[in-house]
Design a protein around this ligand. Structure first.
Ligand SMILES: Nc1ncnc2c1ncn2[C@@H]1O[C@H](COP(=O)(O)OP(=O)(O)OP(=O)(O)O)[C@@H](O)[C@H]1O
Length: 599
């Protein structure tokens, strides 16, 4: 087993990245702003490369281009190849199959332990491993990264440095030959920064190509890198060994004071503290190090798409066997269920609150279900129920995705799963939970408000309550994904208010003008109210009771109630069908919004 796992490690190494004359421009006030200006370079396997430079130099932009995170506005050539491959074959055009990108922020699920998160990620990334093999691989990676003692610690309790190492450990599972890291030492103290860089260096020495951006390292840390790539104003001003920095600067006329950190001096020169140095240094670098075609390009037109070539000796050897999307769905589904169970605010509190609110509203509207003199009160009860269920489903959904989007983006970009697999698993775990909340609400409210005690009518009302919950949660997901949480909840509140007006109770359908009546067909609350009132007053229900103490009851015949509010000709199942259409449309729009945001 060990042999087989390590064998895969061996095969997957030795990919170099070479880029030539790469430009990036972004649209800025009707023109194109040049962010990266014709940079070239080579990052070799077995080496740890640091991309450095002052703030705004273009480090992250270059990393985004090399990883494939940035797709538009790029010109130039990027090659990825096995140096030792004599016979080169063109491999998959998806460059990302061979690399991973570890972003600056560590987005981890706090409710999972280090082992659990490693276990589920292994299941998502590698197919066909037994539990034993899985555990072996996890222990191997955790030991390499010094996290084995934290194996049972929840991710939320890890220190900043441990979180960073865990983010790296997660990406090491499928052992990508190339690793990109955006500022892995940000937020770490000097000791943790040193440990992190040393650990990256030891990973590189095993044959990986590791490239990271870094801000102002200490002198010893700077010397730890195998290769440094210094940028300023979108250009490369130095690339090579860190040990050669001082002599390179001296050759360009910048003499580093004795005992001065060369990295700090380089940054001071790049920042222009010794005069305008960027062009001088980039010319000096060209003459001594690289052949750069650094002519100014005409970027006034939209730039052409970049050429990405992946030339491998044996393209398939670098990719471990992936699990099927069905397996990934099951793993994600399990993860979602555990998350719902562990975050007690998600499930348990809501379940209790729905039950208590159901009892509260049931008591408030007591006896309205059979009492003919209270039919208006009964309509209010159902309107309040639909609004309550809609609102409590819409708001959490509008707030959930903005917080999860970063995790989703990172995991999807690094090919842990397809977005549709994630979305399907989310729906599969969320639907039963929403239905459970609705049941907790409906049982108390329906019985205490004295609605007809017939299983069939109860189930019909429960079904529509569930649809109201699911449709609103779909709307919430859509809004929460498209706009920020504040605007998402604001839009959700507005939409609920508009829907209430179209529910057929506050403004009765017979009294609505024609335009508004037809517009009300767009409101899911209309279908909810119509079908619930059909379930309560339709289907040959017997006469309502007019209590003795009442002098006069306007309607005792349920059909007359339906006629009065203009819902006598509705069909329960047709309205239910329209609710299904609403559900599908909003869930589909939610998926499209998520896809757009993730891309
Ligand atoms: N989409 C964009 N529109 C306009 N300007 C942009 C865009 N993306 C990046 N820039 C600009 O390009 C420059 C380089 O940005 P980049 O984030 O790559 O710098 P950096 O070297 O990583 O900086 P830092 O170290 O502060 O993170 C910055 O001046 C930034 O404002």
């Amino acid at each position: 087993m060990e042999k087989q796992l390590l064998n895969c490690y061996k095969k997957s190494r030795n990919l170099d990245i070479e880029f030539e004359n790469v430009w990036l421009s972004v649209k800025w006030k009707n023109a194109y702003k040049k962010i990266i200006r014709g940079v070239s370079g080579k990052f070799k396997s077995g080496e740890l490369t640091a991309i450095m430079g002052p703030s705004g130099a273009g480090k992250t932009s270059l990393l985004n281009i090399l990883t494939g995170y940035q797709k538009s506005g790029i010109q130039g050539i990027i090659k990825c190849s096995n140096e030792r491959g004599k016979k080169r074959k063109k491999a998959s055009s998806d460059y990302r199959n061979y690399s991973c990108y570890i972003l600056q922020d560590d987005h981890l699920l706090d409710y999972f332990t280090v082992y659990e998160i490693m276990y589920y990620t292994t299941k998502l990334k590698i197919g066909g491993l037994s539990r034993e093999e899985n555990d072996f691989l996890i222990d191997d990676i955790l030991s390499t990264l010094g996290l084995i003692k934290q194996k049972r610690t929840p991710c939320g309790s890890l220190s900043g440095g441990q979180k960073k190492r865990l983010s790296i450990a997660l990406e090491l599972i499928d052992d990508p030959p190339i690793m990109f890291l955006d500022e892995p030492t940000t937020g770490l103290d000097s000791n943790s920064s040193r440990q992190c860089i040393e650990m990256l260096k030891s990973l590189a020495q095993k044959g990986r190509t590791i490239i990271c951006t870094i801000h102002q390292p200490s002198a010893p840390l700077y010397m730890t890198f195998d290769h440094v790539y210094i940028m300023a104003q979108g250009k490369c001003i130095y690339q090579g060994l860190p040990q050669n920095t001082i002599s390179f600067l001296a050759s360009a006329g910048y003499i580093c004071p004795q005992y001065h950190n060369p990295a700090d001096f380089l940054m001071e020169v790049a920042n222009g503290e010794y005069g305008d140095s960027v062009d001088i240094l980039s010319l000096a670098k060209e003459s001594c190090l690289c052949k750069v075609e650094n002519k100014e390009k005409d970027m006034s037109i939209e730039p052409a798409i970049i050429t990405r070539e992946i030339l491998l000796e044996d393209p398939e050897c670098c990719i471990r066997k992936k699990p099927s999307e069905w397996t990934r769905f099951l793993v994600l589904f399990q993860k979602q269920l555990i998350y719902f169970y562990r975050d007690w605010t998600v499930a348990r509190i809501k379940l209790i609150l729905h039950f208590l609110v159901g009892i509260f509203l049931g008591v408030t509207f007591q006896n309205s279900g059979y009492n003919a003199s209270k039919f208006i009160t009964n309509l209010s009860f159902f309107m309040v129920s639909v609004v309550y269920l809609s609102y409590t489903a819409l708001m959490p959904a509008a707030l959930r995705f903005p917080s999860e989007l970063k995790i989703l983006r990172k995991e999807h970009f690094n090919r842990w799963y397809k977005l549709r697999t994630y979305y399907a698993s989310f729906l599969a775990a969320d639907f039963p939970l929403q239905i459970l909340f609705t049941l907790a609400y409906t049982i108390g409210s329906y019985t205490i408000s004295s609605q007809p005690l017939e299983i069939r009518r109860f189930l019909m009302v429960f079904l529509i309550h569930s649809m109201a919950t699911l449709v609103s949660a779909g709307i919430g997901t859509m809004f929460g994904t498209i706009v920020n949480p504040v605007n998402g909840t604001f839009l959700g509140a507005i939409l609920t208010a508009v829907n209430i007006c179209f529910g057929g109770f506050l403004c009765l359908f017979p009294q609505m003008n024609n335009v508004m009546y037809y517009l009300s067909n767009l409101s899911y609350m209309r279908f909810c109210m119509e079908s619930i009132l059909q379930a309560i007053y339709g289907f040959n229900r017997g006469k309502l009771i007019c209590p003795e103490e009442e002098e006069y009851c306007m309607f005792t015949n349920p059909n007359e109630v339906l006629h009065e509010i203009g819902m006598d000709e509705c069909s329960y199942w047709t309205d239910f069908g329209w609710l299904i259409v609403n559900l599908l449309v909003f869930r589909l729009l939610g998926y499209c919004a998520l896809k757009y945001k993730v891309k």
